[in-house]
Design a protein around this ligand. Structure first.
Ligand code: IPM
Ligand code: MG
Length: 370
């Protein structure tokens, strides 16, 4: 028997605890039915950690994250913490996890489930069958660049500064992940920057081109300016397979891509570090949606993005592709059966609660595993 996998759950704020609770149920199901045990540990991140510890992420929880085989995070933030010091805002906990675990590659797939094609704000024919993957650089760029800060000027004005900065190796390692993943998909990568305005964008394009020539010439590579990419994503999104881009553009373009699928409540993500000598890599999985404070605690949030994030964990951290497939299939079946949380419901469909959606997924797992 392989030893149990240690999994750190960080439910966080807002709807985080409700959606992560559904993953617990699926993990229990797997332990019972698929002979894979998880040692689940739970910790605080974000506002709930500020309330208890005056810090959005304690050193102890950071250490737990470093030790775990994988981390699953719900969401952080909310208006309750709007007034806390910028340095210890809830989001700082998430950013520290990303930075200290060196999770430089953020995978954000946007897949349109057939049952939801009419739910997108775009026409069915534009989004039907869509399956794209945004690979966002996650530990560099303007999110972390120095100098940064708000400075007082001698004339009494203030100056806000952030720095967009990338090095060759930072560009190469994230582009390599994108090329590798493209090989297992439709073999196309579109690299996105603003080389018409920014030197960092110019370097990005040059280095991606160089790496492509050296190691990934079999993959089809194109380049696009970020503003054009934003437009192309709503004009003709199916032209894309894998998009690789920097931290800030990736943040924006992935929200845009998410909405193509009908709801932000459907989108999972994986944040991966480098593979070590033993083949292991640090990883954090989280739904792309935020803490949705307006619906928190009401048992109405859609847990699918978090369940799909758990499936990504099985695939990328534990090489359990079959089990990941099973969860994805169960979710597909539930959607085909017309089961809907509020965010994906239409006038004709009844709404289920967060835990109700969990019930349906477990039932579908039961019948698929039979
Ligand atoms: C995301 C979020 C985060 C980001 C916030 C919560 C710091 O928008 O994961 O896309 O900007 O990266
Ligand atoms: Mg974002």
């Amino acid at each position: 028997m392989p030893s149990n996998k240690t999994l750190l759950l960080l439910p966080g704020d807002g709807i985080g605890p409700e959606v992560v609770a559904q993953v617990r149920r699926v993990a229990d199901w797997m332990a019972k039915n698929r002979a894979v045990g998880f040692d689940l540990k739970e910790g605080l991140v974000g506002g709930c950690s500020i309330d208890k510890n005056d810090s959005p992420l304690t050193d102890e929880t950071m250490a737990d994250a470093m030790e775990a085989d994988a981390v699953l995070l719900g969401a952080v933030g909310g208006p309750k913490w709007d007034a806390v010091d910028f340095a210890i805002r809830p989001e700082a906990g998430l950013l520290r996890l990303r930075k200290d675990m060196e999770l430089f590659a953020n995978l954000r797939p946007a897949i349109v489930f057939p049952a939801l094609a009419d739910h997108s704000t775009l026409k069915r024919e534009v989004v039907e069958g869509l399956d794209i993957l945004i690979v966002r650089e996650l530990t560099g760029g303007v999110y972390f660049g120095e100098p940064r800060g708000i400075f007082n000027l001698p004339d009494g004005q203030r100056k806000g500064v952030n720095t967009q900065v990338y090095t060759t190796s930072e560009i190469h390692r994230v582009a390599a992940v994108a090329f590798d993943l493209a090989r297992k998909r439709s073999n196309k990568v579109c690299s996105v920057e603003k080389m018409n305005v920014m030197e960092s964008g110019r370097l990005w394009r040059e280095e991606v081109t160089k790496l492509h020539k050296e190691k990934f010439a079999d993959v089809e590579l194109s380049h696009m300016l970020a503003d054009n990419c934003a437009m192309q994503l709503v004009r003709y999104p199916k032209q894309f397979d894998v998009i690789v881009t920097d931290n800030l553009f990736g943040d924006m373009l992935s929200d845009e891509a998410a909405m193509l699928t009908g709801s932000l409540g459907m989108l999972p993500s994986a944040s991966l570090g480098a593979t070590d000598a033993t083949g292991k890599r640090k990883a954090l999985y989280e739904p792309v949606h935020g803490s949705a404070p307006d619906i928190a605690g009401k048992n109405v949030a859609n847990p699918i993005a978090t369940l799909l994030s758990f499936a990504m964990m099985l695939r990328y951290s534990f090489d359990m592709g079959d089990d990941a497939d099973l969860i994805e299939k169960a979710i597909r079946r539930v959607l085909d059966d017309g089961v809907r949380t509020g965010d994906i419901a239409s006038a004709e469909t009844a709404k289920v609660s967060t835990s109700g959606m969990g019930d349906h997924v477990l039932k579908a797992l039961d019948s698929l595993a039979r």
